[in-house]
Design a protein around this ligand. Structure first.
Ligand code: SAM
Length: 217
């Protein structure tokens, strides 16, 4: 598990901190994957994971990667802008006995540092586009790094999600935090992947997280 690179980004570490990482790791130990996470894993397992590599952007403690590795993926690489997950992620990798098939990179942004990051068969972004200002650029970079498919989740663009994110951003501003959330246009995000030659298939809808698969056409 060779780790690298730079320190994490204060914008993300202020919010996605040790406590956030600990809570996610504990929830995963107690209850396993959430419903959208299951949908992502089942979809990729349905395509076939044997000898396939996975690059997860913003994968946090790496629970999706652990399941993909246990179901046959050959290598999982996690790219994070917050370094706060690393201790919890390492503990989970040791518990599962898969450290030799996992790589974790901190402080690289696929959208701007893409040439430093190897391509993979599958690229996953769960609960990430809503934390990043330019979702189209990030998804274009994901497409450029995916030999077979990109699977990502996003919140639906409803009055409720837009109000929630606006209130959360106001709270961040009041507390002097740099972090902002976004409810990007699904049409614009799907368009970025279609322009890169991918066909879109919505796997799951719901009030909180939609899961979308994009496969090379
Ligand atoms: C809401 S958290 C989700 C973490 C994890 N996927 C989960 O569901 O528990 C969003 C994460 O995306 C990361 N992130 C946002 N933009 C990123 C980017 N361009 N590259 C890597 N990580 C990114 C943030 O650091 C943050 O940890």
């Amino acid at each position: 598990m060779p780790d690298c690179c730079s320190p994490g980004s204060p914008r993300y570490e202020g919010v996605f901190d040790d406590r956030f990482a600990h809570d996610i790791a504990e929830r995963y130990r107690r209850r396993g994957l959430t419903a959208p996470e299951h949908r992502i894993v089942d979809h990729l397992a349905g395509i076939g994971l044997a000898d396939r590599s996975v690059l997860e952007i913003g994968g946090g403690v790496g629970e999706i990667q652990l399941e993909l590795l246990s179901r046959g993926a050959s290598l999982a690489t996690n790219l994070e802008l917050s370094g706060a997950y690393e201790a919890e992620a390492r503990a989970l990798l040791v518990e599962r006995g898969v450290t030799d098939r996992a790589d974790r990179l901190v402080g690289l942004d696929l959208a701007s540092d893409g040439d430093r990051i190897a391509a993979a068969d599958f690229v996953v972004l769960h609960r990430v586009v809503c934390c990043y200002p330019d979702s189209e650029r990030l998804l274009e970079a994901a497409a450029a790094h995916a030999r077979r498919a990109v699977v990502f989740s996003h919140p639906p663009r409803t009055w409720f999600t837009r109000l929630s994110v606006a209130l959360s951003n106001a709270w961040m501003r009041m507390r002097g935090r740099e972090y902002r959330g976004y409810v990007h246009s699904p049409r614009a995000m799907y368009g970025a992947l279609e322009r890169a030659g991918f066909g879109i298939h919505v796997l799951r809808t719901g009030a909180k997280w939609w899961v979308v698969a994009a496969a090379r056409a």
